[in-house]
Every structure is written in structure tokens, then in C-alpha cells.
Design a protein around this ligand. Structure first.
Ligand SMILES: NC(=O)c1ccc[n+]([C@@H]2O[C@H](COP(=O)([O-])OP(=O)(O)OC[C@H]3O[C@@H](n4cnc5c(N)ncnc54)[C@H](OP(=O)(O)O)[C@@H]3O)[C@@H](O)[C@H]2O)c1
Length: 262
């Protein structure tokens, strides 16, 4: 049964957590989209749905429990989205996995390499394969990949992270070359610095605390990428006129704190 009776455009946020994922979903919801949130943890998904529905309107957000490391899980989530909400107009592949404290290559297990590469790259490949046919049928669509500094530079300790993000960058370029002329706008968004969230942002803030740098915490927006500000960038990219499509873009906070200094 359709849960999108007013036929709003559909955004799928794949890898939806309380940081970038929720902020982008919320922004597109306020612009008239119905939102599909995909992740593994049901209680976090329920909280995001409640927030978006209470801010924007009941029935705006829906969740789909998915493990992006498993192709069948991704296929069944997109089948449900298609039958409950309709074809996906905007795909945001936001999932990413890395160690906060990296390990050298020889200490990286095959299991970790495979696990993280599935999340950083395979999930994006499967998700893109599933939405591109319906975007081609519609003659338009937007695909936004959340990327990171590790997509451009191989840095010590990131053996299980960077290769996936490098691959994601190349996947985005391939989608552009194969499908841009048919109306699909794909963008790789390099978030070149820590995001103000629990994990990496939390590490940075604890480091400030230990160093007695309270002035940084008081001026956090100059140091850490704010998800709600980044969500404007995603909306801007989606609404770019077709004579000026961006294929790759990077962002960082004004007084960036480099990962290498963590
Ligand atoms: N945070 C940073 O400092 C930073 C910096 C640069 C770039 N980035 C990029 O930003 C993206 C993440 O944004 P964010 O940090 O703000 O996170 P977020 O949007 O708050 O959450 C991302 C969500 O992805 C989900 N996810 C992870 N593995 C998954 C899997 N196997 N299957 C399904 N869902 C999965 C997780 O939910 P479940 O655990 O519930 O599945 C997680 O909550 C990543 O691509 C990352 O590389 C982040």
C-alpha cells in the first residue's frame, strides 16, 4: 500500500544517522520530499522519523532497516521503498566506516578491510544499480555521495577506509560519464574535516578539553563541519541548473582541524 499518496518526490538517505544523514533528510523533507532512511539500528531510525514528522508533518519520513554490507538487504530495502513510496528521485549514499585511531596496513585484518569496504563502496554500487534504472525512466535523478579527505589522499592508518572512498569517487565519475547526458546528476562531496557529531567530532572536542582550548568549543562552527550547514550544500547541488552541474565539491570549516593532528 502506498505511504506516499500525495506523490511527493522521494529521497533515499542510505546510511542515515543523527549527523549528516538526518540533517540532509530533514532539509529535503522541508523542501517537500518524502524521506526513506536506511540504516541498521531501529531505535535511532525511529527517533529520526519522529523528529522529521513532528517538524515537517506526519508521514514525511519512513525507515528501512538495512545492512549495507549485504546485497540482498539493500535489494529488499529498495524494493519496499519503491512499493511504499515510489521511485527514488534523489539517492544520498552517506554511509562510511573508519577506525578513529587508524591501524597500519600490516595490522589491518582482511575481515576489517572487507567489512569497511563493503560499507564505503559496495553499498553505494548496489544502491546506485537499483535506482539508476528508475531515474533513467524518469529522465532525471540526483545521486549524492558523502565522501572524505581519504578519497583524495592515502594517509597512514587508513588502509581499511581510503581504498573504499577512492573507489566511491571513481564510481561517481563513472556514473557521470555513463548517465549524465541522460539526466542523472552525480556528485562526490568531499567532507574535508571533522563533522560536529558524536564520533570524530567528539574526539576533537575531548582533545580541546584536555588541551584547555575552551575558546574552540565556544566557536565550534569555525572548527567543525555542521551537518545542518552541509545539508544546504546537498540541496544546492540537487537544485543546480543543468547548464552548470558540479561533479565534485569539497567543504571544510573555516579553521579546519586536520585529521592528521588527531
Ligand atoms: N563524521 C566525520 O567527522 C566525517 C568527516 C568526513 C567525512 N565523513 C563522512 O560522512 C559520512 C557519515 O556522516 P556522519 O558521520 O554525519 O554519520 P551519520 O549520518 O550520523 O550516520 C551514518 C550512519 O550510517 C549507518 N551505517 C553505517 N554502516 C552501515 C551499514 N553497514 N548498514 C547500514 N547503515 C550503516 C550508521 O547507522 P547504523 O549503525 O544504525 O547502521 C550511521 O549512523 C560518511 O560517509 C563519512 O565517511 C564523516
Amino acid at each position: 500500500m502506498s505511504k506516499n499518496t500525495t506523490k511527493k518526490p522521494v529521497i533515499a538517505v542510505v546510511g542515515a544517522g543523527p549527523g549528516i544523514g538526518e540533517a540532509v533528510a530533514h532539509r529535503f523533507a522541508t523542501e517537500g520530499f518524502v524521506v526513506a532512511l536506511l540504516a541498521r539500528t531501529e531505535d535511532k531510525l525511529q527517533t529520526m522519523v519522529q523528529t522529521i514528522d513532528s517538524d515537517v508533518g506526519a508521514g514525511t519520513a519512513h525507515y528501512y532497516i538495512t545492512d549495507l554490507r549485504i546485497e540482498d538487504s539493500v535489494i529488499s530495502a529498495f524494493q519496499r521503498i519503491r512499493s511504499e513510496l515510489g521511485p527514488v528521485n534523489v539517492l544520498v549514499y552517506n554511509a562510511g566506516a573508519r577506525r578513529v585511531n587508524g591501524r597500519s596496513l600490516i595490522d589491518t585484518t582482511s575481515e576489517e578491510f572487507e567489512n569497511f569496504t563493503k560499507i564505503n563502496l559496495f553499498g553505494a554500487f548496489w544502491s546506485s544499480k537499483l535506482v539508476i534504472p528508475e531515474m533513467l525512466a524518469a529522465g532525471k535523478g540526483t545521486i549524492l555521495f558523502t565522501s572524505a579527505t581519504g578519497a583524495l589522499r592515502g594517509m597512514p592508518g587508513l588502509a581499511s577506509f581510503s581504498p573504499g572512498k577512492f573507489g566511491l569517487r571513481s564510481l561517481c565519475q563513472i556514473i557521470t560519464r555513463e548517465y549524465q547526458s541522460k539526466g542523472i546528476h552525480a556528485v562526490n562531496i568531499i567532507v574535508d574535516g571533522p563533522v560536529d557529531g558524536k564520533l570524530i567530532g567528539g574526539v576533537v572536542k575531548r582533545k580541546w578539553e584536555r588541551a584547555g582550548e575552551a575558546e574552540k568549543a565556544a566557536d565550534v562552527e569555525s572548527y567543525l563541519v555542521q551537518p545542518r550547514d552541509l545539508a544546504h550544500t546537498y540541496w544546492f547541488l540537487h537544485t543546480q541548473p543543468r547548464s552548470t552541474w558540479t561533479q565534485e565539491l569539497d567543504v571544510r570549516a573555516m579553521k579546519e582541524t586536520l585529521f592528521t593532528k588527531l
